[in-house]
Design a protein around this ligand. Structure first.
Ligand SMILES: [Zn+2]
Length: 418
């Protein structure tokens, strides 16, 4: 029924702005056609005692990393990158398979947590198969595995764009890994690409204190200032982490209308500082929360990332934490998703049921706590069903789990031998 062009989600509590209200949602041709009374619509999804929210937007993930979860021991970021690169090299004959299994398992976990849009390096195919919306990143990074995307740029980029054009729900972005893993050639190429193509840019910035200190020693300015000087901070730039930036850097980010993407539990796991969220918020910067790669995150769930930060910053008063994974990322990516209004994409997640909840009493600060206590029941992306009654309908959960577990075990063995 849900695959029909037109249907209504009826009887649920719909999140709009800072609160829930009882309403029906009419979906037509992939868009929300109306919010009101649509009980008499022929095709219905019953959402009585359920909570209907915009699908969550995960602005930063690494699909190929999930396979390393609990298999690789690491003490910090460099250690983690070195070890996983070594395993990737050992498994180089199987790299496509590794990527596929890791990617599809990540899709399952994201769908189960209510995510309908993903930004990650080269994720168009995985997201398309899973029925999710995506921003697929062209990688620029000084690493053995990824060097070809720079040295064979013309042909690789052409293939990349063709791949995205063959999907329904993917768009391109440029993923300049970080200043640590960039050459001046990559930085110049990045500037040219965002100017010519107008595509969003993502960069890991000031994730570790050592990284920020080194950039300052080498360039004489902070990472943020260096990126600004090179024309790389615009209102389509997403700066990931920013754990070690100054008030002045925040001023630049605010002035340029750029976005900061926070991945707090990954910062903790890699023994980095927690970003100065309260200061960023005070400066009025557009802020998002994301999972990062699932091998470095402490939680599997984007709502847990928000709850973690909420606990760390208790002094932040009266704030709709849900905005960090809905409206704010939609703004930075320029998509009509992340909120429920007539004309927006029908990217919808249904939580519940919870008969005991009195939606009227849920304050905007507590929406995130409340929702995280419920289960995701249904996920709809671009008006199409992705999960129904807790079961993913687009990809084969059992098969993916089995191959993921087997490969994850063999990586554990490799790591023990090494
Ligand atoms: Zn990352």
């Amino acid at each position: 029924m849900q695959q029909k062009q037109s249907f209504a989600i009826v009887g649920g509590q719909v999140l709009r702005g800072n609160g829930f209200n009882r309403a029906d949602v009419l979906v037509e041709n992939g868009l929300i056609k109306g919010i009101g009374n649509y009980r008499s619509t022929q095709n219905k999804i019953d959402a009585a005692s359920c909570f209907v929210l915009p699908g969550f937007i995960n602005t930063h993930a690494h699909l190929g990393e999930t396979i390393f979860r609990d298999a690789v021991k690491f003490s910090n970021l460099n250690d983690y990158i070195e070890k996983t690169e070594k395993i990737n090299a050992l498994l180089s004959g199987k790299s496509k398979l590794l990527r596929e299994i890791s990617g599809s398992n990540t899709m399952l976990e994201f769908i189960h947590s209510g995510i309908t849009t993903i930004c990650a390096g080269r994720c168009a195919q995985e997201c398309e198969s899973a029925g999710l919306r995506s921003f697929s990143g062209y990688m620029l990074m000084q690493s053995k595995k990824l060097q070809k995307y720079f040295t064979n740029f013309e042909s690789e980029f052409k293939n990349f764009i063709t791949e995205i054009n063959n999907t329904l729900l993917s768009k391109p972005f440029l993923f300049l890994h970080s200043l640590t893993y960039s050459t001046s050639g990559m930085i110049n190429l990045a500037r040219r690409l965002i100017q010519e193509r107008g595509i969003p840019l993502m960069v890991h910035v000031a994730e570790t204190l050592e990284e920020e200190t080194r950039v300052k020693e080498e360039t004489g300015v902070s990472s943020v200032k260096f990126l600004e000087n090179n024309g790389l901070i615009t209102n389509s730039t997403l700066l990931v982490h920013c754990c070690n930036i100054s008030d002045k850097d925040m001023g630049i980010i605010k002035r340029r209308g750029a976005t900061i993407v926070l991945c707090p539990t990954s910062n903790v796991r890699l023994n980095n500082q927690i970003p100065p969220f309260d200061k960023m918020l005070k400066q009025g910067i557009n802020l998002c929360i994301a999972t990062d790669g699932l091998a470095t995150a402490l939680s599997k769930n984007i709502l847990c990332e928000c709850l973690f930060l909420k606990k760390e910053f208790k002094r932040v008063e009266s704030f709709n934490w849900m905005n960090l994974i809905t409206t704010n990322p939609a703004r930075s990516l320029g998509i009509r998703s992340g909120s429920m209004y007539e004309g927006s994409s029908a990217d919808i997640v249904i939580f519940g049921p919870d008969k005991a909840a009195n939606a009227k009493k849920i304050k905007r600060d507590d929406i995130i706590d409340f929702v995280s206590m419920l289960e995701v029941r249904d996920v709809i992306c671009a008006g199409k069903e992705v999960m129904r009654n807790g079961e993913v309908t687009t990809i084969d959960e059992k098969k993916i789990h089995a191959s993921f577990n087997a490969l994850n075990r063999s990586i554990k063995d490799l790591e023990t031998q090494a």
